[in-house]
Design a protein around this ligand. Structure first.
Ligand SMILES: Cc1cc2nc3c(=O)[nH]c(=O)nc-3n(C[C@H](O)[C@H](O)[C@H](O)COP(=O)(O)O)c2cc1C
Length: 171
C-alpha cells in the first residue's frame, strides 16, 4: 500500500476472518516493531507473538476490552520492564506507543487489521505468556484479516476537528 493510504486505512479491527496471517507478513510486522525508535535506543521491550487458538482465547480474558484477541489470527504481547520512577515509566510507554504504531502500520500495509487491548490481569497474562516477574505485559495487539470490511482509507475519521487541534506558530 502507498504510505499515505496505509496511514489512512489503519483502524481498530475487532472481528477477524478465520485464516492465518502468513509467516512472512508476521515476520515483517515483528521486524517493524524491532526497528522502532526508543529513548536513548534502550529498546525496553520484548514481543511475544501468539498464534495458538487456545492461548488466544485465554489471553482474551486479561481485560474486559480484550475479547477480540480470542478470534485474532495472531496477537503480539508487548512486554516491558517494571519501573518505579514515573519518568522512566512514561518514557517506556512512549516507546511502546511508537512500537504499537509501527506494528499497526506494517500490518495495515499488508491489508492486515489490528486492534489494541489493555491488560488488567498481569497474573493471567504471565501464566499464559511466561514472562519474568520483573516484567509486565503492557498491551496486546490483535492481528488478522478484517471480517467486517477490508482496510481502505477512512474518509471521515472520528477525530476532533482540524481547527481545534492544529495550532500554527502559537496555541
Ligand atoms: C492506549 C490504547 C489502549 C486501547 N485499549 C483498547 C482496549 O483495551 N480494547 C479495545 O477494544 N480498544 C482499545 N483501544 C482502541 C481505541 O479505542 C481506538 O484506537 C480509538 O477508539 C480510535 O479508533 P481507531 O483506532 O479505529 O481509529 C486502545 C487504544 C489505545 C491507543
Amino acid at each position: 500500500m502507498e504510505t499515505w493510504d496505509t496511514i489512512r486505512s489503519r483502524r481498530n479491527v475487532r472481528v477477524f476472518e478465520d485464516r492465518p496471517v502468513g509467516a512472512a507478513d508476521l515476520e515483517r510486522i515483528l521486524e517493524a516493531a524491532r526497528r522502532t525508535p526508543s529513548a536513548s535506543n534502550r529498546q525496553r521491550w520484548d514481543f511475544v507473538v501468539v498464534t495458538d487458538r487456545e492461548a488466544l482465547q485465554r489471553l482474551a480474558g486479561v481485560w474486559r476490552g480484550a475479547g477480540h484477541v480470542a478470534g485474532s489470527a495472531a496477537t503480539i504481547a508487548l512486554i516491558a520492564p517494571m519501573a518505579d520512577d514515573p519518568h522512566v515509566r512514561e518514557s517506556i510507554h512512549y516507546d511502546l506507543g511508537q512500537a504499537t504504531m509501527s506494528i499497526m502500520l506494517a500490518a495495515a500495509d499488508a491489508g492486515i487489521g489490528s486492534g489494541h487491548a489493555a491488560v488488567e490481569s498481569q497474573t493471567l497474562a504471565r501464566q499464559i505468556l511466561g514472562f519474568p516477574e520483573d516484567r509486565f505485559c503492557a498491551w496486546l495487539i490483535a492481528l488478522g484479516y478484517p471480517a467486517d470490511r477490508p482496510l481502505r482509507p477512512v474518509r471521515t475519521p472520528d477525530r476532533r476537528a482540524w481547527d481545534e487541534v492544529v495550532h500554527r506558530e502559537r496555541w
